[in-house]
Write a protein that binds this ligand. Structure first.
Ligand code: PLP
Length: 391
């Protein structure tokens, strides 16, 4: 008999953390491991943001803040969203949270329940499925297809909607594929959703500032006709290299604001006060740091694209955004999981199996660009040697 509630067994995990732990173990044993498994920028948080955090601590920002976040920060987020998307949002609809990830959990808990269905991308960020299952709702994945450059297809999403559907999740630019969905497809999705007023939509826009040349970010905030049932997930982790600060935000539809605030009060009270001051400096300060990091990710994505296509058994699409490549590895004759394990244990390169992101990820590996050009080049040559010499 389990001493845990049934729902505890429904929680999934992020394999990236497991691979990271194994890579650290091998490193501790003296092995030289290159980590292309990690999903966080390899840059430090820009100085002016760190200084704002330190100053906030020195200035006495040591206490609780309002549960939904400091007002000036919510106003700054609203102003920045207005500039980027044209959406004029009341700051009361913005909630500052300890990470964008929390928005997924809140959204699933506030909309999902047994008998309901939640639609999400596969391959996709693994926390979607985990949070859906924990809520008791039925997980309904929709495929992201390589031949579509991993953009979502509005038809694939809309065809899964039933009268039990509570929430639809979309993510562009996407983890783990690097896919960016064109505006026309978003428009088609929004038009289709007009026939399903009972469905809430969550757009995970955490990589919104990381689109590469020739690809534009589309935010669902650009479509006022769904504002009354739209949840936005975003944050500071990827844009400002602030993963460890634990900072994110949600935009909630008016009718969800109070419930989301109650969840915050029950779970974490508020986000670290000094971190919110740093977040304010990030969003209102100079943005060249964002462009510099983006240039580096774009350069490395191109390097990976070229190198991956030269590997026997691999073929790779050009990433359109985020900081991942998601090559097809079926030509190696190995499963994604076996190849992930072999490359870590034998070649010393940490990567993530596509199946960590859903069943549709079989036949793919996720490579992260969050490492130096040298490390990427070295990893590619290690993989090449391993592929050429394996039995
Ligand atoms: N959404 C996606 C698609 C992600 O890849 C991540 C992080 O890897 C998150 C959300 C959550 O980011 P954080 O909680 O660090 O803000």
């Amino acid at each position: 008999m389990s001493l845990l509630a049934h729902r505890a067994s429904q929680l999934g995990t992020e394999t990236a953390f497991t691979v990271l732990a194994r890579a650290a173990e091998l490193t501790a044993q003296g092995r030289d491991i290159i980590n292309l498994g990690i999903g966080q920028p390899d840059f430090p948080t820009p100085d002016h943001i760190v200084e704002a955090g330190i100053k906030a601590l020195r200035d006495g920002h040591h206490g609780y803040t309002p549960s939904g976040g400091v007002l000036k920060l919510k106003e700054a987020v609203a102003a920045s969203l207005f500039k980027q998307t044209g959406a004029d949002l009341a700051p009361s609809r913005i909630q500052i949270l300890p990470g964008g990830k929390v928005v997924i959990f809140f959204a699933a808990m506030l909309t999902g329940e047994p008998g309901g269905e939640i639609i999400y991308p596969d391959p996709g960020f693994p926390i979607y499925q985990s949070a859906v299952r924990f809520s008791g709702a039925t997980p309904c994945p929709y495929p992201l297809r390589e031949e579509n450059d991993f953009a979502f297809s509005a038809d694939d999403v809309l065809s899964r909607i039933t009268d039990k559907t509570r929430l639809v999740i979309v993510n562009s630019p996407a983890n783990p594929t690097g896919g960016v969905t064109p505006r026309a497809e978003f428009k088609k999705l929004v038009d289709g959703l007009m026939a399903h007023p009972h469905v809430t939509i969550m757009s995970d826009e955490i990589y919104d500032r990381l689109t590469f040349d020739g690809h534009d970010m589309t935010s669902l905030l650009e479509f006022p006709e769904i504002h009354d049932r739209l949840i936005i997930l975003n944050g500071w982790s990827k844009t400002y290299a602030m993963t460890g600060w634990r900072l994110g935000y949600a935009v909630w539809p008016e009718h969800m604001v109070d419930a989301a605030d109650r969840l915050a009060v029950n779970i974490h009270s508020c986000v670290n006060a000094a971190a919110q001051e740093a977040a304010f400096a990030a969003i209102t300060g100079p943005q060249d740091c964002v462009d510099e990091m983006k240039q580096a990710f774009q350069r490395r994505a191109a390097l990976l694209h070229q190198g991956l296509n030269a590997l026997p058994g691999f073929s790779s699409r050009q990433s359109a955004g985020a900081f991942y490549a998601f090559p097809n590895i079926t030509g190696t004759g190995m499963t994604s999981h076996d190849l992930q394990t072999a490359l870590l244990e034998d070649a010393g390169v940490a990567l993530i199996s596509g199946t960590s992101f859903g069943e549709e990820g079989e036949g793919y590996l996720r490579f992260s660009c969050a490492n130096s050009d040298e490390a990427i080049t070295d990893a590619l040559s290690r993989i090449q040697s391993w592929l050429e010499t394996r039995d």
